[in-house]
Design a protein around this ligand. Structure first.
Ligand code: SF4
Length: 387
């Protein structure tokens, strides 16, 4: 079974390490009527894209695998790294076969990137997708429904074929299955983090940003089966909730470094969009209304999501308690405004709750982890000794 665990991880790595999106190109090559739709973090309603017969592709930047040459000319130095690497990849032609891009409204950086896209790639449909900040179905719900209708209409225009309610329901059902499997994987990790190290779980989850939902569901099942059949040995690590990495992703080496420093990640907001809707979306009635209702009533929390009636500090404490974390690590991209502006408020609440925490920043192309290893190791030791 050990080789089956490695086999599942190798399948994930194949898509993650391929900056040319070979898996997507293969999928597109199987029919002239096929289209790829890229989307930036955090969340995009992938059900609509899949129902339109298209493949949704999460775009998180190139990590440390690409030197940024042209991208630096597009953005000032004191912002995060992800927009530079995404525009660098685009200018290199890596998204030339994509028909559309969705830019979720999460911060000014993503807004500016969407404008650059419109100027540089006029042949691609660009949707700047705004999300409700009012959670009343008659206000924010109606607004969001119009956003989804506009997205669907434009995808239909691109594909040249109507999308039925039955197709939307069928796609929603497949993503419901994906959400259930991801919950199962996260529950398994929380119960036995030594057997589901984040450096593995992360790759299995992230592969779903490129794979079709059916291929991703198979990958999660295979990984779960292999890991449960032959567990890894237990480790003496503290249980950590990691917060702040909802958009630009940390390098895999950083996650491995945290584990080597004695921290088992049992909760996190990495790749948050894949798990953003918590629970099933209804598969009967009006399918767009179902997606709207899910957003209004079941969406996760993050510093980039406004929900005035549900303070984020409460949500953080709830999550920390639910996953029985010993402490919190604030792990944010350098200059990520939403994450860094929220941090003092979240830390204040953790102080009140007497939850220990540590903080550091990263960039997706960070290559040196020694300082982080020392910080995280000290954090882990201090909890083991004193808490
Ligand atoms: S990392 Fe933060 S600042 Fe940068 S694009 Fe994402 S949310 Fe915006």
């Amino acid at each position: 079974m050990k080789h089956q665990r490695l086999d599942a991880l190798a399948r994930a790595d194949r898509v993650l390490n391929d900056l040319s999106y070979g898996y997507v190109q293969d999928w597109l090559g199987r029919g002239a009527d096929r289209h790829a739709v890229g989307y930036l973090p955090i969340y995009a309603p992938r059900e609509i894209i899949a129902a339109a017969g298209m493949i949704p592709v999460g775009v998180f930047g190139a990590g440390d695998a690409l030197d940024i040459v042209k991208g630096d000319a597009y953005f000032q130095s004191y912002i995060c790294h992800i927009p530079r690497s995404v525009i660098e990849m685009a200018l290199d032609g890596r998204f030339a076969t994509f028909s559309a891009f969705i830019f979720p409204a999460i911060c000014d950086v993503i807004r500016n990137l969407s404008g650059m896209w419109q100027m540089n790639f006029p042949d691609q449909y660009v949707k700047y997708l705004d999300y409700p900040q009012n959670f009343d179905p008659e206000v924010g719900g109606r607004f969001y429904r119009r956003e989804l209708e506009d997205l669907l209409e434009n995808l239909v225009r691109i594909s040249g074929r109507e999308v039925s309610d039955a197709e939307l329901h069928a796609a929603t059902a497949r993503y419901n299955e994906n959400r259930r499997l991801l919950d199962r994987l996260y529950d398994a990790r929380s119960r036995a983090p030594h057997n589901f190290p984040m450096s593995e779980v992360y790759r299995v989850v992230r592969a779903g940003s490129v794979l079709t939902v059916d291929d991703h569901n198979r990958l999660i099942l295979d990984y779960l089966a292999a890991a449960e059949a032959e567990p890894l040995p237990d480790q003496d690590r503290i249980r950590v909730y990691l917060v702040g990495a909802f958009c630009e992703q940390p390098p895999l080496g950083l996650l491995k470094t945290l584990e080597q420093a004695g921290c088992a990640l049992v909760g996190d907001d990495l790749l948050l969009g894949m798990r953003f809707i918590r629970g099933d979306v209804a598969t009967e009635g009006d399918p767009l209304d179902a997606l709207v209702a899910a957003y209004l009533t079941k969406c996760g929390w993050s510093s980039a999501v406004y929900d005035g009636d549900n303070p984020r500090e409460d949500k953080l404490v709830e999550d920390v308690r639910a996953c029985k974390a010993d402490g919190v690590i604030f792990c944010c991209p350098s200059f990520c405004d939403p994450a860094l502006l929220d941090r003092p408020m979240l830390q204040k609440r953790l102080d009140e709750e007497r939850v220990p925490y540590a903080s550091f920043q990263y960039s997706e192309n960070t290559g040196q982890f020694q300082v982080i290893r020392e910080q995280a190791g000290t954090f882990s030791d201090s909890i083991k000794l004193w808490e």
